[in-house]
Design a protein around this ligand. Structure first.
Ligand SMILES: Nc1ncnc2c1ncn2[C@@H]1O[C@H](COP(=O)(O)OP(=O)(O)OP(=O)(O)O)[C@@H](O)[C@H]1O
Length: 812
């Protein structure tokens, strides 16, 4: 920007804020008009009673009602309903899209002109030296000439679209095609965008504006005045803000490479890789909102986001409501994906060596045997050794060998075990029929069939037979099978040639430590995938299917309002069904139209199978970072992922910029990355704070040292502090921090996944790294959580040098 174009800072900034305020006022006036229209319609409908069909009137009432709710939300919930603006050059074609905006991306040939620089190209704005504020233009063209252009179109971008009475767009929905240049334009490829502005408002009041100038070489004019430029850009302002315990949406500052992922076509599989802090989780959430906008009919209520931990679920679940999509997306932790079967959400973690066995794809074979073997265990009642019935006045008996033959015949089928019960009943009756000699007595097939029908009725009518069947082919539950696997000898039989003896022992002991022989007790996160597999092997109880309602089928004249109002209706409906993220209701949906997997690198093979069952006909978005994987056998996991996705084509994206960690902290993490995944390129950190990470060595009382260090960090930052310890220490750590307040939390290293804090304290890197074969990758996660400050506390095991830097993090 040219110095001589600078304006008096207050006046430029204030003038621009005033201009945006008047636009926002206009938007709210328009919304109020719509609500008055809605109220009038409601009144009118009530007065006129029988005009139109009753159904149409009821529908109109419903829409009017929804419009009312919508305005309430606009007033109360959205902090920055209107958050962006782009000023555009004239486009190549004169075509307009459905939202009233011109569609062309490239400027018209004559949009930028060359003119003699006679000093009259600016409005006499004066240079006052204020950083960042001023007017655009005055380029670096040849001496004596400047490039000038007129702004042909100004678009305001917001959370929802609003059209004026004459159908000119007052606000464009951030997901509409016309809003894409707001996110995509860069100084290298600006397209038609001259200035991008982020507007910050609260309620109905505009507080500030931040501009990025994308074509600084042009002297641009808007309504005959030089285009003003305020601030140093919105991204840095957003990144520097203190963090709370919940994630914010990034709708005002989505970057171009992120936007490409968000707007990628829904079809098949979209895979996104990127290092820590590159916005993978943010992008995944915004993509869900985008898909809903694109195809509400298909996706309303039908998007599942799978998250590794309940902590990450509660951290992220506010983002979609802030984007106006409350209740349309189910966000579930891996431990609560099978709530119906498990009866609860699992939050307990197994030791790594136990998790490795439970998560392995080899468990499928073990579970298959266990599901069938459990029939023989007499879980509810002893398994009868003989069947005695009275047929044609005589006693008929099947002995143990004959019963075993029937059982073998039934199990020859592939149906789930519980669903084989009717077949078991049928083959038992066949066996009794044969044994009774009746088959030989009736040559005439028609007569034989009739006699047989009567025979079946007689036998199955006997209480004894029903009692026998209940005991001999009991309905087995997934929990019972899991409980049965806690017996080491039995498990060894079921796992023969699949698990090693040491693995059998590890698994049996871990199960026995928590579960009764009937499977009652607390489940671990990894047990959930086993239960889900068992439910498939045993057979799921029949459930009613949900009928989808498409809100957009009901549109009439309230087009730009009903979209969000319908979301409200949808949210209420979803709540009634118990779909709302995090919690979970009895009517859990089991198949989704789109499945988004966050932190995909961490799914075990068994978890991939569990997730795949929920997206058999779905399209997918998968985000992750192999360098942060805590799973020990990446190849096995990759194979399970390939199996889950089948032959669907894959579209791959990479995110390369780290928006979370300042460069000073990223350098340290990159050293661990080089050890954990040699050759992997780290993401580029965009910020620098000038504050280096701190190192210290714990005294004899580790707890006191942790507490002191955490207290220091609490003084240094405004927002949150995360203290990351090895999993084995997480309970202790909570006690160490007791009483320090809500801004600080203690986390086991695996729980830190995806979260972020203003400051983080990493306790004993060596202990974290030694906890599992994937420990270095887990340490990499721990070191990449902070947005401002990072402190590393070493113990003797860390071999700290004289600067207190632990061996693992030294530069050499
Ligand atoms: N375009 C953006 N504008 C503003 N903030 C952003 C942007 N992109 C990412 N961020 C912020 O950067 C931080 C990291 O984002 P996010 O948690 O989505 O990264 P991630 O790739 O999922 O990280 P990890 O791999 O560590 O889980 C968040 O605070 C997010 O809001």
């Amino acid at each position: 920007m040219n110095a001589q174009h600078r304006a008096e800072p207050e006046s430029v900034r204030d003038r621009e804020i005033r201009a945006e305020q008047s636009h926002l006022d206009r938007v709210y006036r328009r919304l109020e008009e719509k609500i008055h229209e809605a109220e009038f319609l409601m009144d009118d409908a009530a007065k006129r009673g029988q005009v139109g069909t009753p159904g149409a009137l009821a529908e109109r009432d419903a829409q009017v009602f929804r419009a009312g709710i919508h305005l309430n939300r606009l007033n109360s919930e959205f902090e920055d309903f209107l958050f962006g603006r782009i000023d555009l050059l004239e486009g190549k074609t004169g075509e307009r899209g459905p939202d009233g905006a011109y569609t062309s991306v490239e400027p018209a040939d004559g949009a930028v002109r060359e003119a003699a620089d006679d000093g009259a190209t600016d409005d006499g704005a004066t240079d006052d030296g204020a950083a960042g504020d001023g007017a655009a233009g005055g380029g670096d063209g040849a001496a004596g000439t400047v490039k000038i252009a007129d702004i042909a179109e100004t678009l305001h971008i917001g959370r929802l679209g609003v059209l004026d009475a004459d159908y000119t767009p007052l606000v464009i929905d951030w997901r509409a095609p016309a809003a894409a240049p707001f996110y995509r334009a860069t100084p290298v490829a600006p397209g038609r965008v001259v200035r991008r502005r982020v507007i910050r408002s609260k309620g109905r009041r505009v507080h500030s504006v931040e501009d990025d100038l994308l074509r600084p070489e042009i002297t641009a004019r808007l309504d005959g005045e030089a285009l003003a430029v305020v601030g140093d850009g919105a991204l840095m302002a957003a990144l520097g803000q203190a963090r709370g315990h919940t994630m914010r949406d990034i709708v005002a500052s989505i970057q171009a490479e992120q936007d490409e992922v968000i707007r990628a076509p829904a079809a098949s599989v979209t895979e996104v890789e990127g290092g820590p802090g590159t916005g993978k989780t943010a992008v995944a959430l915004h993509r869900a909102a985008y898909l809903l906008y694109q195809d509400r009919r298909r996706y309303a209520g039908g998007i599942l986001i799978v998250s590794p931990t309940p902590l990450l679920v509660s951290y992220t679940e506010g983002v979609l409501p802030s984007l106006g999509e409350e209740g349309q997306v189910a966000i579930r932790a891996l431990g609560s994906l099978a709530e119906e079967t498990a009866g609860a959400t699992a939050t307990t973690y197994d030791e790594q060596r136990v998790a490795r066995v439970k998560g392995s794809a080899r468990m499928v074979k073990v579970l298959r045997k266990a599901a069938r073997g459990a029939l023989d265990l007499g879980l509810r009642a002893p398994v009868p050794e003989r069947l005695r019935v009275v047929a044609f006045g005589a006693r008929v008996e099947l002995d143990a060998t004959e019963l075993a033959a029937v059982r073998g015949q039934v199990l020859g089928g592939t149906a789930p075990v519980n669903l084989m019960r009717p077949r078991a009943r049928k083959l038992l009756l066949d066996a009794v029929w044969d044994k009774s000699g009746a088959r030989r007595r009736h040559d005439d097939p028609e007569l034989a069939a009739e006699v047989r029908a009567g025979f079946d009725e007689d036998i199955t009518g006997e209480d004894d037979f029903t009692a026998f069947l209940d005991a001999w082919w009991p309905e087995v539950t997934p929990r019972q099978v899991l409980g049965a696997m806690a017996d080491e000898g039995r498990l060894a039989r079921w796992a023969r040639r699949v698990l090693r003896p040491a693995e059998v022992r590890t698994l049996a002991r871990a199960l026995a430590a928590r579960l009764t022989p009937l499977g009652e007790g607390e489940l671990s996160v990894h047990d959930i995938a086993l239960l889900d597999e068992l439910r498939t092997l045993l057979g799921a109880p029949a459930r009613p299917r949900k009928r989808e309602v498409d809100p957009l089928d009901q549109l009439t004249g309230l087009e730009e309002l009903t979209t969000a109002a319908d979301r409200d209706a949808g949210a209420r409906r979803e709540r009634a069904w118990g779909y709302q993220g995090g919690g979970g209701g009895a009517q859990e949906r089991t198949e989704y139209a789109h499945v988004i997997v966050d932190e995909a690198q961490d799914l075990t093979p068994m978890q991939w199978r569990m997730v795949a069952r929920r997206g058999r006909h779905a399209t997918w978005t998968i985000v992750g970072d192999p360098a942060q994987s805590s799973w020990t056998d990446p190849d096995e996991s990759a194979a399970a992922r390939d199996e889950a996705l089948g032959k669907r084509p894959r579209r791959r994206f990479e995110l390369t910029v780290n928006y979370r960690n300042p460069a000073e902290l990223a350098v340290l993490a990159d050293r661990v990355l080089a050890l954990a995944m040699p050759g992997t390129a780290p993401p580029r950190a965009v910020r620098s704070t000038g504050v280096e990470p701190g190192f210290s060595v714990a005294g004899d009382d580790l707890g006191a040292s942790v507490r002191d260090a955490a207290a220091r960090l609490l003084d240094e930052v405004e927002g949150t502090v995360g203290v990351v310890v090895a999993m084995a220490r997480r309970q202790e750590a909570r006690e160490w921090l007791a009483g320090l307040g809500e801004r600080v939390v203690a986390l086991g290293s695996l729980e830190a996944k995806g979260l972020e804090y203003d400051a983080s304290l990493v306790v004993s890197p060596a202990q974290i790294a030694d906890e599992s074969p994937a420990g270095l990758r887990t340490l990499y996660v721990a070191l990449t959580r902070a947005t401002q400050r990072l402190e590393v506390l070493s113990t003797a095991a860390d071999l700290p040098d004289e600067t207190a830097a632990p061996d693992l993090l030294r530069a050499d």
